[in-house]
Each structure stands twice: as structure tokens, then as C-alpha cells.
Design a protein around this ligand. Structure first.
Ligand code: FAD
Length: 408
């Protein structure tokens, strides 16, 4: 059988490995439009700061060891479900018996001038290299980052490590609004400022400006801010261009059934490019985080190998690593009951609904995260535990339990 995987991110890589666990004979081809071996976007900052290769999360002989025909620098332009073929940007065609679309997501910047040369982003390794090369060449002493979601925070902290003066603007009144509640976000923004990032909240960009090459933004207020480096970190959207004319259904992301099958025969999809149901709330949305991409890759791999495994739904969680104080957020940030306790910079907030954990935010001490996450996704009635959830020792001694139950 010929299995073709488009994309070499965690979804594609785990899918290929899963297929290989069960099937040594099928021909697997993996295509990526990037020039690299599989890498981990969350580890890019470490790679640049420590000159480490930890971002390459698989050994360099991974394609050979896994028996994957790894084709880099190759963009897939079109999918033709009827003849079971794909067309590459070069015009060449490839046939498949089963196909996985794992094309991830790219920058979404709905701001005038965002296509202008000089507007950088931190969404891929090649994009990140362009930024760091400019800094290391001594051409960027100041940077202006538009957006303070988690990718914006990562690039701001990396640039500070590289000695760049950073201004970061955010149109909302807090950072990381998709994940953090206002109290946790207030601690995060203080930590960012402590790292020397000039974070300006309630500050909205109207347009990227510059004479042919962007060197700043004009704010809605009319004020203009300029810098050597201008970076958009305003969100992501799935890579769906290759679906044009294919008849494969999508809304914000590719629509899949609970086997991660698209509406086209023998075509599956996984990772940041799909919409999926939240495991706790059932809400269908984009859930663009690494653990979801890995789990979906695993489920897609099982299905590609012929085992009709069902996907249980996406998780909502994230962590901030480089602030000097760990921050972990999962699930929702509202509930019918809120438990909150703060000791200095240590903050624990737990959101309950109908006696079940629907979300939590931990700052400073995240050792309870595993247990809380397991309780949340298993929708465990916590009536008998409620008085203990804020106990600083809650979770200790339960780590083994959580390791078993975190990914049931
Ligand atoms: C800076 C940064 C930090 C992050 N930090 C975290 C974190 O701390 N925690 C967390 O959970 N998540 C984090 N994420 C998100 C996480 O990296 C993604 O959720 C994950 O990589 C998605 O995996 P994927 O396999 O779906 O797609 P991707 O990793 O995006 O891989 C998709 C691949 O497909 C390729 N491709 C796309 N279109 C085509 C085409 N037409 N032809 C050929 N190839 C194509 C792309 O170039 C890319 O290589 C971070 C992301 C970034 C950018």
C-alpha cells in the first residue's frame, strides 16, 4: 500500500511512526515544503539561545530508520481525491492509496500591510531563522512585536535573550487572552516586563507601515511605532490552500469524523489543520497545540494502518516556559465555582462546574497539573476533594496515578 503524508510536524511524524509499528511493508512518503528534518516549534527558542539541536526531536537518521521516503522542500499544490493523486508545486504527480493531510497552520495577520516585505513571523523554523540571522548580523537592535499570544511571548523573550530591545503591543487588556485568566495574565505580564519587554496593552495596530519594506506600525490611535525588526504574532490559521478544487470539506479547519477521516475516500487529516471537538466541552474548534497534534497523529496512523480507532477529542492546555516562573493553564477560565489561592507569586485557580474541574491555572508551582488534568478530562466528581484542591501539597504522592491517568 502507498501511504502519503503531507507535512512533517508532530502530527505527520507520529502518524508515520504509528503506521510503522503495525505495518513494515507499506510504502510511506512524507512531504514537507520546509528544508529541514522534523523539528519541534516549541523548542525553536532553546535552539537559538543555546545553539542546541534539541529542536530536532527525532534523530537525523529518522527517515531511514522509520523507512520513510522523506521529501523536503516539496510543496503539495493540489489533492485529487478521485484518481487518488496529489500534484506538487513542480507539476509532478504522486499517487496514494491512503493520504494524511497534516499541513499545520501559518500566521494569520488581518492587518493592512501584513504581506509587506519586512513583516516577520515566528511560525516556522525558516521564518525564525530569518529573524535571528538579522539580529546576529547586527541589523536589528530593536523589535516591535504585534500580538501577545503565546507565540508572541516566545519570540519576545528570545529576542531579549539575544540582546534586542523589544516593544510588544497587544490590542486586548491582557496577554495570552485565549489561555490565561486576567489574574494569571497579570503575573505573566509583570514577568515579561521584568525581562525587559516593553509590553503595551490596549494598543491596537491598524497597519504595517514602511517604504516598500515595513519598519513599523501605525496604531489605531494614529501614533506610529518603528523598529529595526517588525514581527506579526497575531494568530494562526490552518494551511488549506492545497484543498482548493478537491471537494474536501473545511470550515476554519478541515472537518473530520471521529476516525479523523475527511469527506474524501481514503483521505485523513490531523494536527493544527483540522477542527476537532474539545474532549471536555464537546465544542468544535481549532485546537492548535503540540499534544493534540501528537495524539491526532497517533489516531490517524492507526486508521491509515487499517485499525478503526476513534479520536476522543482535543485538550486545551498550554504552558509558558521561559518566564523564570512556570505557568500552566488548561481547560476553561470560567465556571460556576472558582477556587483561588495566592501566596506571593504562587497562584492556583481552579474552575469548577457541577462539581467537576473544567479548567485550572497554575503559577509558580505546577506539580499538581497532572492530577488536575486527569480529573478534568475524566470529568471526575470532585465533591470529596474540593477542600483539598487548593492545598499546596495536593498532587504530591499522586504523580504515579496521574502518569497512568493523564492520557487514559
Ligand atoms: C514558536 C512556537 C511555540 C509553540 N509552543 C508551543 C507550546 O509551548 N506548547 C504547545 O502545545 N504547542 C506549541 N506550539 C504549537 C505547536 O508547535 C503546534 O501545535 C504543532 O507543531 C502542530 O503540529 P502539526 O503537525 O499539526 O503542524 P506543523 O508542526 O505546523 O507542521 C506542518 C508541516 O506541514 C508543512 N506544510 C504545510 N503545507 C504544506 C504543503 N502544501 N506541502 C508540503 N508541506 C506543507 C509545513 O511547512 C510544516 O512543516 C508552538 C508553535 C510555535 C510556532
Amino acid at each position: 500500500m502507498k501511504i502519503v503524508i503531507i507535512g512533517a510536524g508532530p502530527a505527520g511524524v507520529i502518524a508515520a511512526e504509528t503506521v510503522r509499528t503495525f505495518d513494515r511493508r507499506s510504502e510511506i512518503s512524507m512531504l514537507t515544503d520546509e528544508p529541514y528534518l522534523p523539528y519541534s516549534p516549541p523548542a525553536m527558542a532553546d535552539h537559538f539561545i543555546n545553539h542546541s539541536d534539541n529542536h530536532l526531536w527525532r534523530p537525523t537518521d529518522w527517515p531511514m530508520e522509520t523507512g520513510v521516503n522523506y521529501l523536503r522542500g516539496v510543496r503539495v499544490a493540489e489533492i485529487m481525491p478521485e484518481p487518488h493523486r496529489i500534484r506538487l508545486a513542480s507539476g509532478e504527480e504522486m499517487e496514494y492509496d491512503r493520504l494524511l493531510i497534516a499541513t499545520g497552520a501559518r500566521l494569520y495577520a488581518p492587518i493592512a500591510g501584513a504581506e509587506m516585505p519586512g513583516v516577520y513571523n515566528f511560525k516556522s523554523l525558516s521564518a525564525a531563522e530569518s529573524i535571528v540571522d538579522k539580529v546576529r548580523a547586527g541589523q536589528a537592535h530593536s523589535a516591535l512585536i504585534v500580538g501577545a499570544g503565546f507565540i508572541g511571548m516566545e519570540i519576545a523573550l528570545l529576542l531579549r535573550e539575544l540582546g534586542v530591545q523589544v516593544t510588544q503591543i497587544e490590542m486586548l487588556d491582557q496577554v495570552m487572552a485565549a489561555m490565561l485568566d486576567p489574574e494569571t495574565a497579570a503575573i505573566a505580564v509583570d514577568l515579561m516586563r521584568g525581562h525587559g519587554v516593553d509590553v503595551r496593552l490596549n494598543t491596537q495596530a491598524e497597519a504595517f507601515i514602511g517604504n516598500g519594506v515595513s519598519n513599523g506600525v501605525r496604531l489605531v490611535s494614529g501614533e506610529e511605532l518603528t523598529a529595526d525588526l517588525v514581527i506579526a504574532a497575531t494568530g494562526v490559521k490552518p494551511n488549506l490552500d492545497l484543498l482548493n478544487g478537491s471537494g474536501i470539506s473545511f470550515n476554519r479547519g478541515i472537518t473530520v469524523d471521529n476516525h479523523l477521516r475527511t469527506n474524501a475516500p481514503d483521505v485523513f487529516a490531523a494536527g493544527d489543520c483540522i477542527e476537532s471537538a474539545n474532549r471536555v466541552t464537546g465544542e468544535t474548534n481549532l485546537h492548535a497545540i503540540f499534544p493534540n497534534a501528537m495524539e491526532q497523529g497517533q489516531v490517524a496512523g492507526m486508521n491509515l494502518a487499517g485499525f478503526p480507532v476513534e479520536y476522543e477529542g482535543a485538550k486545551r492546555m498550554n504552558s509558558l516556559k521561559h518566564l523564570g516562573l512556570p505557568i500552566m493553564a488548561a481547560g476553561e477560565k470560567q465556571g460556576d465555582t472558582i477556587l483561588r489561592e495566592r501566596h506571593g507569586t504562587r497562584l492556583r485557580t481552579i474552575y469548577l462546574r457541577d462539581k467537576r474541574i473544567v479548567g485550572f491555572q497554575l503559577v509558580g508551582d505546577i506539580q499538581a497539573a497532572g492530577v488536575m488534568h486527569a480529573l478534568m478530562i475524566q470529568k471526575t466528581d470532585i465533591s470529596h476533594l474540593e477542600t483539598h484542591l487548593l492545598d499546596p501539597n495536593f498532587g504530591e504522592g499522586m504523580l504515579a496515578w496521574s502518569a497512568i491517568n493523564l492520557y487514559p
